[in-house]
Design a protein around this ligand. Sequence first.
Ligand SMILES: Cc1ncc(COP(=O)(O)O)c(C=O)c1O
Length: 451
Amino acid sequence: MTDVLTGAGALPQVRRLVTEVPGPRSRELMGRRSAAVAAGVGTTVPVFVERAGGGVIIDVDGNSLIDLGAGIAVVSVGNAAPRVVEAVQEQVAAFTHTCFMVTPYEGYVAVCEELARLTPGEHPKKSALFNSGAEAVENAVKVARVATGRSAVVVFDHAYHGRTNLTMALTAKAMPYKWGFGPFAPEVYRVPMSYPFRDPAGLSGAEAAARAMALVESQVGAANVAAVLVEPIQGEGGFVVPAPGFLPALASWCRAAGALFVADEVQTGFCRTGDWFACDDEGVVPDLVTTAKGIAGGLPLAGLTGRAEVMDAVHGGGLGGTYGGNPVACAAALGAFATMRELDLVGAARRIEGVMLPRLRELAARHPSVGDVRGRGAMLAVELVRPGTTEPDAELTGRIARACHSRGVVVLTAGTWGNVLRFLPPLVIGPDLLGEALDVLDEAFAAEAPA
Ligand SMILES: Cc1ncc(COP(=O)(O)O)c(C=O)c1O
């Protein structure tokens, strides 16, 4: 039953290398890629994919790699998950597009009903659907500005919210995301994040929130703030988990100030952190929540969900887009939600943490270059530094990532300084495969950072 639902049955769940990585066919395709695809579009692992499912990716040379990236936290239900495939096939044969704003269809409404049920809080909620996380975040800002009649948006150090013009302004890191692409949208104010590994020892979440909001009060003015926008666990910024109390303190500051608390759950949502949403961990209820990535098993879909009266503040026709909530993507999302429930992927993310966290802590005990181990559920990371300091070591991080890739394990890096190895396995990965991936990580550390 489980294999039928995960799709793991269709592909052997093993790491198997039959050529060097990348193999000859991937190298040939990389040559064509270089000639035809813009240089600005990056590549993490230079292997071309033929199939993927469960916890493996099969490349065009026949290598079977263990996937600890899930397409950047997207295929949480597994690649080509059977419920998603079935729902997509049925929908694509029925109709592919009408534009929901022209002639609506049930799938869009059903996804919004699910978002109302699943996102934090029991209050009446409404949603609008889009194509990408960045678009959902842009629309959160639009809704917050209309609903409050204010313009300022507060964001945090290390934040990542996307690559459109407004979301570049919201994103912290210049290279590569913003470099040369300005001027950026105005009325965006950045304040310090709670970053326990780098904050003064003992700074509590409430104190870190007070540090941030004191700056807002003096430099922006609470009465001008439309929204405080935060990732409950930062993604591209390096899986920074704020100290307990930080998010509740921000939410209560917003309530007092008449500003909206907006949680960007694009990377953390849909079971990834061992809860349906990362805000659930401390019972924080945002006014608006943005979702994307894990929502639809790999099809492009994003949501903005919020208090009904806030979402309804926008005039008719003010939200939308040609493709937002495409019927095929909505069908995929409904298949993905069914899979999350049937396979208890909240529990699966917690079991992944149970396997990985002790192993990563052991690794840290052996390697002084591991400065911090952090994360929740199946969103875990290690931050690499020069031993005995907090000085980031991006060069070592890159070498270890490449050593994993050449041994057949897909890992990603992250962090403002590029010194974080992050792990985002599909939540359907089996324990044996996960254990093997961790053995490979041990090998990569032994080779690149001898203790
Ligand atoms: C927290 C967060 N917000 C927004 C985005 C942007 O999403 P997309 O790449 O779908 O536009 C991302 C993507 O990584 C993200 O992690």
